[in-house]
Ligand binder design. Sequence first.
Ligand code: NAP
Length: 287
Amino acid sequence: MANLLSGKAVSAKALGSVATQTAELVASGGSQPTLAVILVGEDPASQIYVRNKHRACEQVGFHSLEFKLPVHAGQAALLSRVEELNANASVHGVLCQMPLPKGYDYDESAVQRAISPGKDVDAFHPYNTGLLSLGMPQFLPCTPMGVMELLRDAAIPLAGKEVVVLGRSNIVGKPMALLALAADATVTICHSRTKALAQITRRADVLIVAVGKPRFVTADMVQEGAVVVDVGVNRLSDGKVCGDVDFDTVAEKAAWITPVPGGCGPMTIAMLMQNTLRAAKLAQGDA
Ligand code: NAP
């Protein structure tokens, strides 16, 4: 049976460290890190994500601002809110909860480009994506950063390892592959057009899965003794949440595995707090 890569435990440590550094920053006369989150519409899942970010801010001693826009607010109103927050020196991190409501004229990519790169704590701005691809990141995207932290905490080195990333999205798969490459892994990225997928995933010493399909990865796709990181979050019809990996069977074969929930999810929020602290320190010339 595999060892658990527990995002709950590792994120608690990361949040504790952010809380300590925040207290030190404020005690030394620095300003309290402030994260502004914009939420458009009333999607229940987005509301939960925003609430969790707010709670994490409270936990580490940040000031958290929430701006709710009605579903029909429109792109111009959204961009104008972003500009206001960019211009507000007391705000250190700005993010807009994605996805934006479907069926309206929103352009997610334009919103990501509008956020000032120095406040881009999600690290989705092309400037930050470019720095990451050059190996000189200012901020790392939170989910792949959380995966790296989980692996680091478990003392699982990537140098020289075969890492297979399943999924090539801009927010998870691609940056994940870049981070594994920067850690000297030999990296393969798979996607919906990949042929003989199981042959490739079985080569993986470390398999990182972000496809968004419940229990997509089964035991026959995994090498004995592999490390399996499940980024997926899928809500089933009975309301339960499961990952992209068939946990019960894969855990019999893997050496390490992340649970869902309690794996990558809590890490993502903890890394958002790390990025916000970094943004606050950068703004105060203290990073
Ligand atoms: P996405 O944008 O939908 O990307 C999914 C990727 O999976 C795409 O690259 C797609 O390939 C690939 N794919 C789909 N079906 C496939 C198949 N049959 N075989 C091989 N590849 C396939 O999703 P995402 O935003 O990266 O998110 C992935 C999952 O992670 C979702 O469950 C999401 O909820 C979760 N997530 C979790 C966190 C967290 O904090 N834990 C954060 C972000 C996302 P193509 O490019 O060819 O279409």
